[in-house]
Design a protein around this ligand. Structure first.
Ligand SMILES: *Cc1c(COP(=O)(O)O)cnc(C)c1O
Length: 499
């Protein structure tokens, strides 16, 4: 019998102890319904501290801005608002997010507005003294007009740059992917002219980028380009002091490098037909078999990576600059530039999980059985982001927990996880999932590490299926306490931990 192709999740405290609290998690779903999102607000503060430690290692000042769009939670934002005010900020990408963070306790000097902006968003940012990360020349003009028209205070701005290229060793151009955001190199001169023209309305504090890639080399090229644009600014008599390197530090979802390597190899074999299918209807995740030749590219998130999150930031800052030879972190330090980062996914690493009840398990004529869950693909959008990782099975009853080890099948069982929509395409994942045993109705499946983009980004109310509630949980000695996400505040009442 073939060995099961597990992709077991990387789990760290406090997520590990939360997953051990099986009756507690069942009682939450019994009371609040399936699906249910559970957040660990204390962990986001810990993650921010880990990023800060990398700043300290490289002797850099500046700020870590949480990219709010990764999760709508209030608990996470309020918990972060309570951390080292000078060092941790928040990046908002809509009017709604800006209003939310101001109400969660972030003072405007800790807030930065990025992304596409409507006039109301720009007005509230300018009115409150929020920094604006300017996406384009026209946005800068619009902001300056608003400031003058409504007699608003002068706004701190950063300029977002895009489309970076350089002469690599062989003379080959390395071009970062096209982006709909940011100003390309050809526009920088005109942009700086506009900054000078709008001096009465805006103050340039820095330049930056956000690249939606895991490529370290691409980011190093972009950082160097920012240093050059800073030089241009200073030559003009402008005085920016910040370089903002955006987000995209990444998360490791799968614990074991070997499992990940085996899975991707076997997936390739399955696409080539040299082993049985590993997916619903032979889906290839971007790979296809053309007459025995493998074509296409694997469109999966690299779920196991040696360096993610703060470690990835450390690697980037340690990389030698192509033009100056010294590490990029040293280049920033020499110029006394402040470093801004905007981690989204990486800052909510290990900050939560999504629970779903198993409703039905049925065998099919051919292929693995179907386990139908009290959730749909929009409720846990790991698949949407190409993240493949196993859920954790949480048996319903004490007896099934006790039997667990006897029932566990060394070969594992393979199942397809299907959702609660009346729709063929509603699969939680198209991957055939291996579990230690077949789940039973009433069991829970816990999808770990879903706080980054997987909880609410794609959730919808189709078919009037319930949208997952969110709860925040805090460990209190051996016990867990919970509250609705919107009821969480980072305070303790006299007499013990309440929230
Ligand atoms: C989405 C986004 C981020 C966060 O990206 P992650 O990959 O989640 O770290 C940061 N900055 C900007 C401008 C973004 O759009």
């Amino acid at each position: 019998m073939r060995a099961p192709l597990y992709l077991q999740p990387r789990l760290e405290p406090p997520l590990t102890s939360l997953l051990d609290a099986v009756p507690f998690l069942h009682s939450l779903v019994d009371g609040l319904g399936s699906p249910l999102n559970v957040l660990l607000p204390d962990r986001i503060a810990e993650n921010a501290e880990r990023f800060r430690a990398v700043y300290r290692k490289h002797h850099l000042t500046g700020r870590v801005f949480f990219a709010h769009k990764a999760n709508r939670s209030s608990a996470l934002v309020r918990r972060l608002a309570a951390t080292g005010p000078a060092e941790v900020g928040i990046d908002v990408a809509s009017l709604g997010e800006l209003r939310h963070v101001l109400g969660a306790g972030f003072t405007p000097d800790r807030v930065m507005g990025t992304g596409p902006k409507d006039p109301e968003f720009l007005w509230l940012a300018a009115r409150t003294g929020t920094t604006v990360n300017v996406d384009s020349h026209s946005e800068l003009d619009q902001l300056a007009d608003l400031v003058r028209k409504y007699a608003l205070p002068r706004v701190h701005v950063l300029l977002r740059l895009a489309e970076f290229e350089t002469a690599a060793g062989s003379g080959v151009k390395v071009l970062s992917r096209r982006s709909r955001f940011g100003s390309p190199p050809g526009e920088v001169k005109a942009l700086l002219d506009a900054v000078e023209r709008h001096r009465d309305a805006v103050e340039l504090i820095g330049v930056g980028y956000h690249l939606d890639t895991t490529g370290l080399a691409e980011k190093a090229v972009a950082l160097e380009r920012c240093v050059m644009v800073m030089d241009e600014c200073h030559a003009r008599g402008l005085a920016p002091r910040v370089i903002d390197i955006g987000g995209g530090f990444g998360v490791g979802y799968v614990a074991d490098a070997g499992q990940w390597a085996r899975y991707t190899t076997e997936l390739t074999n399955a696409v080539l037909g040299t082993r049985p299918a590993l997916t619903w209807r032979g889906h290839g995740y971007g790979l296809r078999n053309e007459g025995g030749t493998l074509r296409g590219a694997l469109g999966l998130y690299p779920a196991h990576r040696p360096s993610v999150g703060p470690g990835y930031l450390d690697d980037l800052l340690s990389l030698p600059s192509r033009s100056l030879g010294r590490p990029l972190g040293t280049v920033l330090l020499e110029q006394l530039y402040e470093l801004y980062t905007e981690p989204g996914r990486a800052l909510v690493d290990q900050c939560g999980l999504t629970l779903a009840r198993v409703l039905d398990v049925r065998s099919t004529g051919t292929g693995p059985p179907l386990a139908r869950l009290g959730m749909n693909a929009g409720d846990v959008s790991l698949e949407e982001h190409g993240v493949l990782v196993d859920p954790v099975l949480l048996p319903r009853t004490e007896s099934s927990r006790a039997e667990k080890s006897e029932e566990d099948n060394p070969a594992g069982v393979d199942v397809h996880l299907v959702g609660n929509l009346c729709l063929e395409a509603d699969l939680i994942t198209r991957r055939t999932v291996f579990l230690p045993r077949l789940p039973r109705p009433g069991d829970l499946l816990a999808f770990a590490n879903t706080a980054g983009y997987a909880m609410d980004f794609h959730a919808h109310a189709a078919q009037r299926q319930p949208i997952a509630r969110k709860v925040a949980v805090v460990q209190d000695g051996d016990a867990w306490r919970w509250c609705l996400d919107e009821e969480y505040w980072p305070i303790t009442y006299p007499g013990g931990v309440v929230s």
